[in-house]
Design a protein around this ligand. Structure first.
Ligand SMILES: [Fe+2]
Length: 236
C-alpha cells in the first residue's frame, strides 16, 4: 500500500485540468471498478470459508456499497454519478463503453473480476477491501496519524469543490466514506491478518495477488495519464 501512488495523482488535487481531462479520469474509474465494486465484493463473499465474522464484515461492506444503508445515503456507484452531475457531467456519459477504455484499464478491470472469485478467499478479500478500497495513506490511517476530514470541511476542502466548481450538495460520496470507511479499514486488515498465518501459502497468495494488482494498477494509471495527456515532469 505504501507504493499505491501514481505520479499523475497530484494533478487531480490541484487546479488546472481541462474538463475532458477530468472526464477521462472519472469515466475510467467508474467503468473499471466503481460501478461494479459491490458485485466484486459479492464474488469474494461467495468463496469465503464459513467464518461468521468474515462473512458478516463483507456483508456489511457490500450492503453499504450497494445501498448506502449504513451511512443513510445511497449506493456508492450512484453517489459517484451524483458527484459527476455536480461537475456537470451527464449520467449517460458513464454508460458502458468497453471499446473506449484504455487497454491497460481493461486489463486491470479483468484482473479484479477474475481474482475477486479466485481462491484463497483471503487473497480475494485483501485485493478488494485492502488494495482497492485502501490508499497510500493506509499505514498512517491505521496508526491514527492520518485522519480523514469529516463533514462540511471534508466537502468544502475537496479539490472537486475547491478547484472544479462541483456543488457541495453533490458530494455525498465523501460524506458516506468519511462516516463508514474508517471502520472498514480496520475490519479489512483484521479479516485478512487473522486468517493468513505468517509464512503460509495463504499469506504468500495474498501478497502475490496484491503485488500483481499494484503492477496492473500502475499500468492502468499510466494509461489514464496518457489519455489525460499529463506530462510526467509537469505533474511531478
Ligand atoms: Fe465506497
Amino acid at each position: 500500500m505504501d507504493r499505491k501512488h501514481h505520479w499523475g495523482y497530484p494533478a487531480l488535487t490541484r487546479p488546472g485540468l481541462a474538463r475532458e481531462q477530468l472526464l477521462a479520469h472519472f469515466r475510467h474509474e467508474y467503468l473499471v471498478y466503481v460501478r461494479d465494486f459491490p458485485a466484486l465484493l459479492g464474488r469474494a463473499l461467495g468463496i469465503t470459508s464459513p467464518l461468521e465474522d468474515v462473512r458478516r464484515s463483507l456483508a456489511e461492506n457490500l450492503y453499504e456499497e450497494q445501498t448506502g444503508g449504513l451511512s443513510g445515503t445511497a449506493a456508492h456507484p450512484e453517489l459517484f454519478l451524483r458527484m459527476m452531475a455536480g461537475l456537470g457531467f451527464e449520467r449517460r456519459t458513464f454508460a458502458d463503453d468497453d471499446a473506449w477504455l484504455h487497454p491497460a484499464a481493461r486489463r486491470y478491470r479483468d484482473l479484479l473480476r477474475a481474482r475477486a472469485s479466485a481462491a484463497p478467499w483471503q487473497a480475494s478479500v485483501a485485493l478488494l477491501t485492502i488494495f482497492v478500497e485502501g490508499s497510500v495513506n493506509e499505514r498512517e490511517e491505521l496508526g491514527g496519524t492520518f485522519v480523514r476530514r469529516r463533514g462540511g470541511s471534508a466537502v468544502l476542502e475537496h479539490p472537486l469543490v475547491k478547484h472544479y466548481g462541483c456543488r457541495p450538495e453533490a458530494m455525498e460520496l465523501t460524506r458516506a466514506h468519511a462516516q463508514v470507511e474508517g471502520g472498514h479499514r480496520g475490519d479489512a486488515w483484521r479479516m485478512v491478518l487473522a486468517h493468513s498465518p505468517d509464512d503460509s501459502d495463504v499469506a504468500r497468495a495474498v501478497v502475490e495477488t496484491c503485488e500483481q494488482a499494484l503492477g496492473a494498477w500502475l499500468e492502468y494509471r499510466d494509461g489514464v495519464a496518457e489519455r489525460m495527456q499529463l506530462q510526467r515532469e509537469a505533474a511531478a
